[in-house]
Write a protein that binds this ligand. Structure first.
Ligand code: C5P
Length: 235
């Protein structure tokens, strides 16, 4: 994937946003992830503005609703100039297909259709939570594989999973699919609310197509240093 260290801008105000963006360098060289926090604060106009500045944008709203609603939502998102967006694979095959169709329908001529990534199990979900709260009979690796196969067969371009699952998924599903991994923690940083974590170098070794990194950059005492170090480690 092009520009594979994706910075999660999980902030809720313009001042913090500007400070982080300034530390990342030229927009053309950077992929940023806009999640619910920033999108619900600043909306579609911010996404359009940042896309116009040259940033590649991963809009992570994790859609999960009935197929018709997701189709129409995805159609709207496709008009914002984004490169990637997300749905929950747990929404099922019809919903994933509807998201893909909505993205295609909403993309204007001469533009690329945004890539659709399906979230398998959130990287904050532990084996215990999968078993006891989601009542899932499968172990984590099997559950993630099952959701990833569903996503692939339903037209998604890739999945979001833990770095710990990538090598198995690549073996089963192949290289013609994107494996994007949050849950990245460089050595000596806290894991926060993440449960299935790895370092940037481990994620690379396991075969991640791209990594999503938030707090290890945005909360670092020197975000620019943190970003450059993580890029070096992953690339
Ligand atoms: O701060 P941190 O590096 O943990 O941020 C990870 C980012 O990746 C967050 O924005 C979170 O929403 C997102 N994410 C995740 N696990 C997933 C899907 C997305 O942590 N399965």
């Amino acid at each position: 994937m092009n520009k594979p260290v994706i910075v999660a801008l999980d902030v809720d105000n313009q001042k913090q946003l500007t400070e982080i963006l300034d530390s990342l360098g030229k927009p053309q060289n950077v992929t940023i992830k806009i999640g619910m926090e920033l999108f619900f604060n600043s909306g579609a106009s911010l996404v359009k503005d940042l896309a116009a500045k040259g940033y590649s944008i991963f809009l992570d709203l994790k859609l999960h609703d009935i197929p018709n609603t997701v189709y129409n939502a995805a159609k709207q998102l496709a008009s914002l100039g984004i490169t990637y967006t997300t749905v929950h694979a747990l929404g099922g095959s019809k919903m994933i297909k509807a998201a893909k169709d909505g993205l295609i329908a909403g993309t204007s001529a001469n533009h690329n259709v945004p890539k659709l990534l399906a979230v398998t199990e959130l990287t904050s979900i532990s084996d215990e939570v999968l078993k006891n709260e989601q009542s899932c009979a499968l172990p984590m690796k099997q559950q993630v594989l099952s959701l990833a196969k569903l996503a692939k067969n339903s037209g998604a371009d890739g999945v979001i999973c833990s770095p710990l699952e990538v090598s198995d998924l690549r073996q089963e599903i192949g290289d013609d699919f994107l494996y994007v991994t949050p849950g990245i923690r460089p050595n000596h940083t806290a894991s926060d609310d993440q449960a299935r974590v790895a370092t940037p170098a481990q994620a690379k070794k396991f075969g991640a197509s791209a990594i999503v990194v938030g707090r290890p950059i945005t909360l670092a005492s020197n975000p620019q240093n943190a970003y450059e170090t993580i890029k070096k480690e992953f690339n």
